[in-house]
Write a protein that binds this ligand. Structure first.
Ligand code: TMP
Length: 249
């Protein structure tokens, strides 16, 4: 008999992850690759063990956020590189929270790297590689019918809570949460869930014990800026998280 099961069928391959179907149409598997890209895939490479680190870090942080009332698409981690997640329709926005100026904010505004942003910024970028993920405004989002103003308020509210929880958590790990990117999706019940991943790929994380800019970076900027020690940076983030987890048990 022909196997018509959707189990293990590849649905989508992105730059850092692959999405597989399961026998349950509402459940997917996310597989984390070691592939790394930057600057809209103009720069490509591999970071040893990145998939394992990002899968574990995402699981840990999503579990922490769930405890603080932030619903996520995570069901459970099923292997070193795989998460079982709820199927969602992704809202095509990258919601970026910035506590300290870095990256495109510095390039586009001239604000000096490392400037504390008070209040912190919540920004929206259109998830569209062909357009280069442009910065959007509330009015543009409304004009594009991406979300309703009420749903956008919900996204901002959730992003603020995530920032409060993660800033405190990373601080206790000896790490400054400089900025990060979130994605959201809507599940079959219409519930807004935090989706994708939270990892050294999607956050800027600086070692609090280091003041030298080239040394303190523990995230994907090591890859973007050819700083060396990329895999070591990712591994160190995971180790700090696990150390903190052991001590708080
Ligand atoms: P940016 O300064 O390059 O705009 O990045 C802001 C934050 O968003 C930073 O923590 C890295 C993260 N990010 C992603 O996760 N994916 C992306 O495609 C981009 C451009 C940034």
């Amino acid at each position: 008999m022909i196997d018509t099961s959707l189990d293990n069928q590849k649905l989508y391959e992105g730059k850092a992850k692959i999405i597989y179907a399961t026998a349950d149409p509402e459940v997917l598997i996310t597989y984390f690759k070691d592939d790394a890209t930057a600057f809209n895939a103009q720069k490509k490479g591999q970071i040893t063990n990145k998939g394992v680190v990002n899968c574990k870090v995402t699981t840990y942080l999503y579990t922490l956020l769930e405890k603080q009332g932030i619903a996520t698409h995570l069901i459970r981690q099923t292997s070193d590189r795989e998460l079982e997640v709820k199927r969602v329709d992704i809202v095509p926005l990258e919601v970026v929270v910035r506590n300290i100026a870095a990256g495109s904010l510095c390039r586009q505004t001239g604000i000096a790297l490392g400037t504390r942003l008070s209040p912190f910024l919540v920004e929206f970028y259109y998830k569209n590689d062909d357009l280069g993920d442009p910065l959007l405004t509330r009015d543009r989002i409304a004009a594009m019918h991406i979300t309703s103003p009420a749903q956008l308020d919900q996204l901002v509210d959730k992003a603020q809570t995530v920032n409060a929880v993660l800033t405190e958590f990373f601080d206790a790990c000896g790490i400054t949460l400089v900025d990060f990117k979130l994605e959201f999706g809507v599940d079959a019940n219409g519930t807004l869930l935090l989706a994708d991943e939270i990892s050294p790929d999607t956050c800027r994380l600086w070692d609090k014990a280091e003041s030298d800019q080239r040394k303190r970076v523990m995230d994907k900027d090591r890859f973007r800026q050819d700083l060396g020690g990329v895999a070591e940076g990712y591994q160190a983030v995971l180790e700090r998280i696990l150390e903190k987890a052991i001590h708080s048990d």
